[in-house]
Design a protein around this ligand. Sequence first.
Ligand SMILES: Nc1nc2c(ncn2[C@@H]2O[C@H](COP(=O)(O)OP(=O)(O)O)[C@@H](O)[C@H]2O)c(=O)[nH]1
Ligand SMILES: [Mg+2]
Length: 450
Amino acid sequence: MFDNLSEKLQRVFKNMRGEGRLSAANMEDALREIRVALLEADVHFRVVKQLLENVKQKAMGEEVLTSLTPTQQVIAIVKDELVKILGSHESKPRFANEPPSVYLIVGLQGSGKTTSTAKLARWLSKNGHRPTMVSVDVYRPAAREQLRILAREVDVPIYTGAENETKPIDLARSARRETVQSGRDVLLVDTAGRLHIDDELMTELKQLKELLNPVEILFVADAMTGQDAVRSADEFHKALGITGCILTKMDGDARGGAALSIRHITGQPLKFVGVGEKTTAFETFYPERAAQRILGMGDVLSFIEKAQEAFDSKEQEKMQQKLLDNEFSLEDFRDQIRSIRKLGPLESLLGMMPDMGIMKELKNVKVDEKEINRIVAIIDSMTRKERVNHMLINGSRRRRIARGSGTSVQDVNQLLKQYTQARKMMKSFSGGMLSGALGKKLGKMKLPVF
Ligand SMILES: Nc1nc2c(ncn2[C@@H]2O[C@H](COP(=O)(O)OP(=O)(O)O)[C@@H](O)[C@H]2O)c(=O)[nH]1
Ligand SMILES: [Mg+2]
């Protein structure tokens, strides 16, 4: 799902990463590349335009150039905007105050209406409802037979109609009566489709709408048809007033752009996605997850949130100033180490990151949690004076500190060595908080890792 778009955007972000720093100029380049990626992925141009405007405004307006890496911030902004366009929250199906709730399932021929009707019936059964179905596709006998077979599979009753019921409106009326009489609470109406939208079909659907007063008119869109799906969604909405959309065939190599566009163009939410031919291949549509998949980036947002929490940018500036003034004390050293720990195990942190470039190298780096705990314990066992001036720590003080922290004198020696080395190395990274081999790799990212 969304693989094509993901790949394209990943390439854009990868290029942005290479820049190290973000400026007004390369921001324009990045936005241009994002535009091309989205258009190529079949996102409607109006949607692309809106998205880019929002991203640009936010990226330029906020303090993107300070804390953390600016490119990460831009990615987070793009993701936020994607989520917004996709609908922010998942959109649950609605129910009428007075049962039965009637759902009209509409769309072009072959989009997946009959399959989705059965899938939805199954979903409703699993979620505490007692649905029933009817096919009013009187033009193709095979279509009604298809729903009958699927109904058996998902174990949901179906209204098949009397001999004399050959008109959609008659079938619908009886099915509705039958639904009430049998104490069912939802009636799913699988309608006929056409290869193209025509007046006859629309008239029929409008009559059904008037008769049934449905709480949901769900437009079934075939994701593989890209912009055509968006166009038909728009037309169906104008003619009929759809209340939501089911996007099918998202398991194929659909370009994903349709998902982004339908919501924006019709203003109606995507409610479900079909991800296979089986009746179980059906999912609630979650904008957040979809945006993540589009970006193909793992849980970048929660990474950024965590990182921002841990490294207050003001705090960083203070640290850098201290370094420049040669005032970076053992206390600061400990605080830096603590802020790493706040992020949680480094490995799980890296697991959230997209699997590319520098991140791949980093995944092989191990940070020993025990080591961090030991360092913090040793520094905690020092007096305030010792922490501010490590030159005070002579042999007898070292023995006392080792005893107090449950470590050995060698451990204390090693820590002091690490600290003095860190100080030296950090100074050599102009304005950076980094040191060591890992620090060199992380140089561009400004993460305080020792
Ligand atoms: N791969 C895949 N195929 C689907 C999905 N939904 C429907 N189909 C297939 O699409 C074809 C048309 O589906 P159908 O429900 O008959 O469409 P209708 O004409 O709109 O009723 C069938 O072969 C279905 O198996 C889906 O989510 N994924
Ligand atoms: Mg059908």
